[in-house]
Design a protein around this ligand. Structure first.
Ligand code: GLP
Length: 252
């Protein structure tokens, strides 16, 4: 089942998304959370940090596995996803950092790192709730559009579109790493629940195509149509196409 929540703006989207994660952690304090980076979830992470500061939830027994990491960046690099997670979330909550996991972008053997990461996720018994954003080309994690869905954690070459989209965070497009490590489709699809957050009109078309178009590796997020428990939480601009073409699917 896929449920679509259209919220009026970014703050409302963040609040709603945080309430889903908080509910998961309340219901199962030992949850394994699959986490995501990008600008979209920052507001949601702030809401969760507030709930934690107010003692409404605790992350003390939670374990996390992040979706992806740039290959070649150190954890101290301010654009690495490890740095992002510490700054935007882990440093603001009561989680034990030893329970937080991000692919190691500095492992000299990226293929071995991918195998290590899959084994780690499997050792946790899989993911309870996977948070996802969506790239403007439909990517989830760094699973880029291609000829086939890739199951395992994989070492990927980023598309020009992703390099361009993410160049806003770097001094120039030349500084954006060309390769990344990303959790594959298997671990994502095996997560018991999926929460996708999406904001801004630039994502509206690809979002509608992902959930109402063909299931195709050309739009990696489209595979989520096969998942049994997905919540899509978007602001009004991101949900615009879905609201226009399929108004009946929106939660009231
Ligand atoms: C990055 C990340 C994705 C993220 C996407 C969208 O490339 N690897 O996990 O969902 O970009 O980012 P944003 O939320 O900034 O649009």
């Amino acid at each position: 089942m896929i449920r679509f929540y259209m919220e009026k703006d970014y703050d409302a989207m963040s609040y709603r998304a945080a309430s889903f994660i908080a509910a998961q952690v309340l219901a199962k304090p030992t949850s394994v959370l699959g986490l995501a980076t990008g600008s979209t979830p920052i507001g949601m992470y702030n809401e969760l940090a507030k709930k934690c500061a107010d003692k409404k939830i605790t992350f003390k027994a939670v374990r996390t596995v992040n979706l992806d990491e740039y290959y070649g960046l150190s954890p101290e690099h301010d654009q690495s996803y490890r740095y992002f997670m510490n700054k935007n979330f882990f440093d603001k909550i009561d989680i034990d950092k030893a329970n937080t996991n991000v692919p190691n972008g500095q492992n000299p053997d990226p293929v071995a790192e991918c195998a290590r990461y899959d084994a780690l996720i499997d050792s946790f018994g899989g993911i309870d709730l996977q948070l996802l954003g969506i790239g403007r080309d439909g990517h989830i994690g760094f699973n880029e559009p291609g000829d086939a869905f890739i199951g395992n954690t994989n070492y990927v070459k980023l598309t020009e579109d992703t390099i361009d989209a993410n160049s806003r965070f770097f001094a120039s497009a030349d500084d954006v790493p060309r390769y990344a490590l990303t959790t594959g489709i298997r671990a994502i699809m095996q997560a018991k629940k999926i929460l996708m957050v999406v904001n801004g009109e630039a994502k509206a078309k690809v979002l509608e195509e992902a959930f109402f178009g063909p299931i195709t590796p050309a739009n990696p997020a489209s595979i989520l149509q096969l998942h049994a428990d997905v919540v899509v939480c978007g602001d009004a601009p991101a949900m615009a196409y879905i609201a226009e073409k399929h108004p009946e699917v929106l939660e009231k």
